[in-house]
Design a binder for this molecule. Structure first.
Ligand code: AHR
Length: 503
């Protein structure tokens, strides 16, 4: 009989990485596909509120405790006129939306989205158009959203029925400007200059805002990491964060390799940190640039079918990935990677939130439901608030097509001092075997085991649908805690959430 696989861990409350910034559990709504129309907004739906927002969707977003939502794009923002989306709805123009080649009705715009976010309990992370537009449109939008009153743009907002400013604190200076697909794509130098000047003007309008500069669209970009270096070299004093985007897919149906892809993400984060710190040193600056991983997820299931969608429709079903169980495992590992970098990754947005590569799906005029990836995202967001700890883990390892020394176990831990709770998040990537993890948690005196939640399924390709939640967590995990030693059996290919609490 094969020997039972084992891993060991020391988890000490003094091995602290940093306080987790809640904004790492952010998400993203773009005017794309059915994210807005048919997703968060559907006035004819029986669940719609007086503003046309689906209450069933808001409830699901609240379950995820999403703290911040990026808006309105994405690629879409690079040819967007924000003025089209404010004022009386019947006067708003229909436009060709160039990024996704659809018709944008502009029924939802800045004010409606700010209202929706408030209802969902989230802040807004607003992106400005640095593709077809620039400094002027950005500073006007900021004056419109944040200036209290008495000026042209603030009074225009008030005349639109929004007396109080929205006070949006986090702003993205464009989107993926390194990508040749982007309308108004820019070289690093061109982007650095417009980010610098737009940032300068925006901080003159409202010095309390924080600005995110675009980094690379993914690790495979030929200009990575030079794009980040050049941009920051130019705009270091104006910006506060640099963005990272990354999506993964299991194109080759190689689960062992697929589940290891958060190692690429880890490498991406480390490289961007080094790049930021190199420019910091070059500038002899005391300021540290942090990371905003403001697009991340699995995205590949829908790529082929999207090619069949006819252009110039209103809200076609674009990017509707139906996630399976193995996707949820990788999403769990990606969340663990963020927690391992809690000292520098201060924001992250799962892309996206509803219907478009999303944890929440809806039927037009019908049901809403949870995809497999909903669960690890919810667990991390709900229980992963506090201080990120550094578990010292020795795990058996494997090699895959692209990666060597992949630990079978991924782990992160968050200590919530106020609640006297500590939560361990762990993924077992082994395709065949359960692994028993023995953890020394003696520094958590008088703690008892609260629960061990597991997401597991025999079929890596199992999916959820509106009719059936085939993949959902249970609380029957096998763990014991005796004399400060936690012994947890992690089933093969599983996501685990183990919560300890002071007795
Ligand atoms: O999230 C989907 C798209 O992916 C976004 O619009 C873009 O920024 C990225 O390429």
């Amino acid at each position: 009989m094969a020997e039972q696989l084992k891993a060991n861990m020391i988890l000490d409350k003094n091995y602290q990485i940093a306080k987790v910034d809640d904004r790492i559990y952010g998400s993203f709504i773009e005017h794309l596909g059915r994210a807005v129309y048919g997703g968060i907004y559907e006035p004819e739906h029986p669940e719609a509120d007086e503003q046309g927002f689906r209450k069933d969707v808001i409830d699901l977003v609240k379950e995820l405790r999403v703290p911040i939502v990026r808006y309105p794009g994405g690629n879409m923002v690079s040819a967007y006129n924000w003025e089209d989306g404010v004022g009386p709805k019947k006067e708003r123009p229909k436009r060709l939306e160039l990024a996704w080649r659809t018709i944008e009705t502009n029924e939802v715009g800045t004010n409606e989205f700010a209202e929706w976010a408030k209802k969902a309990g989230a802040d807004v992370m607003m992106a400005v158009n640095l593709g077809t537009r620039g400094i002027d449109a950005a500073r006007n939008l900021l004056e419109y959203t944040n200036h209290p009153e008495g000026t042209y743009w603030s009074e225009l907002r008030r005349s639109h029925g929004y007396e109080q400013p929205h006070n949006i604190k986090t702003w993205c200076l464009g989107n993926e400007m390194d990508g040749p697909w982007q309308v108004g794509h820019k070289t690093a130098y061109e982007y650095g200059r417009i980010a610098q000047e737009t940032g300068k003007a925006m901080k003159l309008v409202d010095p309390t805002i924080e600005l995110v500069a675009c980094g690379s669209s993914n690790t495979g970009m030929p200009t990575f990491p030079e794009y980040e270096a050049t941009t920051l070299d130019i705009a270091y004093d104006q910006v506060d964060y640099i963005s990272l985007h990354q999506y993964y897919g299991n194109y080759e149906n190689d689960p062992a390799n697929y589940l290891a892809k958060n190692m690429d993400m880890d490498h991406f984060i480390k490289t961007v940190i080094s790049t930021c710190d190199y420019i910091k040193a070059k500038h002899r600056s005391k300021k540290t640039i942090n990371l905003s991983f403001d697009e991340w997820n699995v995205w590949y299931h829908s790529k082929e079918s999207d090619k069949q969608i006819e252009p110039w429709q209103v809200a076609p079903p674009q990017l509707e990935d139906h996630y399976n169980f193995e996707d949820a495992l990788l999403v769990g590992s990606m969340l663990i990677t963020f927690l391992q970098h809690a000292d520098r990754v201060k924001m992250a947005c799962m892309a996206q939130l509803v219907n478009v590569i999303a944890p929440i799906m809806t039927e037009n005029n019908g049901r809403s439901w949870k995809q497999t990836i909903f669960y690890p995202y919810m667990h991390a967001s709900v229980y992963g608030r506090g201080i990120a700890l550094k578990p010292i883990l020795s795990s058996p390892k494997y090699d895959s097509k692209e990666f060597t020394d992949v630990p079978y176990i991924d782990s992160a831990a968050v200590y919530n001092e106020e609640k006297d709770e500590v939560t361990l998040f762990m993924v077992n990537k082994h395709l065949e075997e359960s692994i028993t993890v023995t953890s020394d948690v003696r520094s958590f005196e008088e703690y008892r085991l609260l629960e061990h939640t597991v997401l597991e399924h025999d079929d890596l390709k199992a999916v959820n649908t509106a009719a059936e939640q085939a993949v959902q967590p249970h609380k029957e995990g096998t763990s014991t805690l005796d004399n400060g030693i936690l012994e947890a059996r992690l089933p093969k290919t599983s996501w685990n959430v183990i919560r300890l609490k002071k007795a």
